[in-house]
Design a protein around this ligand. Sequence first.
Ligand code: NI
Length: 134
Amino acid sequence: MMNDPRPEPIHLPDALDSFDQLWSPRVALRMNNYDVRVAKVAGEHVWHAHDDTDEFFLVLDGELRIDLRDGDGEREVVLRTGSAFVVPRGQQHRPTAPDGASILMFEPSGTLSTGDHDGPLPDHIDATTGHALG
Ligand code: NI
């Protein structure tokens, strides 16, 4: 996949079907220095921010909610299938998906999924810069 001299198209639903782990993004494609990552999610992620980059989300299936924190307090955006959103650089956010969702993220390669989160992580959260697809 990576740096493949003869790149092939990828079918995102098949890519999502190839793994089960939640909150554990897979790198589906790379473009310049960016990853196109796909993930299955359910329940709550952890509060974190990415100090060096915005983070793009596209909901492929289901509903993703993103809690956002700024100087005025907290708000929540609700993204149904087909909705996209960009979390601004430096903004504290917490993705949640009460009923589960499949999502696509676009962000610089090397971006840690848990950002600046400090302290213990729940067992269901994978701190990763994205795994290769099996
Ligand atoms: Ni994030």
